[in-house]
Design a protein around this ligand. Sequence first.
Ligand SMILES: [Fe+2]
Length: 360
Amino acid sequence: MFFGELFIMAEIKILIADDDALVREAVFKILTMFGYTVVTCATGEEALAALSGDFALIILDINMPGLDGFETLKLINARDYGIPVIFLTGAGSMEYAVKAINLGAYDFIPKPIEDLDIFNIKVKRAIEKRRYVLQEKAYKENLENEVRSKTRELAEKNRLLEEYNDDLEVSTLNTMLTLQTALEEKDMYTAGHTNRVTFYAMSIGQAFRLGEGETTVLERACKVHDLGKLVIDVNYIRKPGPLSDEEWLLMKKHPEIGANIIKHLAFMQREIFLVRHHHERMDGRGYPDGLGGDELDLLTRIITVADSYDAMTSMRSYKQNMKEPEAIAELRRCARSQFDPEVVQVFAEVLERRIKTGAG
Ligand SMILES: [Fe+2]
């Protein structure tokens, strides 16, 4: 035996419980001679008190005062250390040996111990089993830790990706808004239109108690609703006096163009409908598709009212703007034919409250 092996052997702890002092002594001597560290106990209770996960093997006598070997085994099993237990059985007590194995004992050794080689082999095999159990436990723990850490890593990456995605959506929207604002700012008549439409639509949405998702769609759609005007000759927009038929025809293309611009943005799929249809009417006489009634959802009906109200109340190159009460009356006059009457009613109430409190 090399010194190193001896050192490792001395680290292996074995717990023995036997009420017979002679047997206890004999087993102690044999195992110490084999190089193990041995802790001896005279009863099951003592063994349970000395028990810890440090032991590689437990050797139990069956007949002991107080807790017998079987009862002691049950209590050892309840501690769940996974330490193999070898029973010491008197000669001819095969029945006991079977019972011990059924209770979860690893092996049994007949008393008195006569064949040291067999005893040594049985002890070594049990210790091997313990080593295997510990290795498996460590492997399982490592695996669990690794899975936990990978899951955490993945969750963090996911979070960053979502954050990045949100940032990207916001940046894209801001870029489009900047372009649209730049376009509006070129023309004193339309300056601030998009921001005002967004503000009005948000006030209506709030009064309708829209959910977070619906509010986001409405807000985004408002911010880009006139984006299509970017590709229309700006001179038309700034032109003094009414547009010619031909110019109107071109101008009326802006909802389609705007919808086309955003259709490749995966996060703005719902907004496409609102942008395309923000000049439709309830009676189906709007453009570009002549949709009406139930074909127009609530968000589109809201944006239509908000957009038209701003058009009425802001100075246009070809006509004088209306005062608020006049524009509210105009919205009411066109409810049902052009606008959803419920949206008009809700918006009128919002505006009238603002006028009363002087916020308008
Ligand atoms: Fe428009």
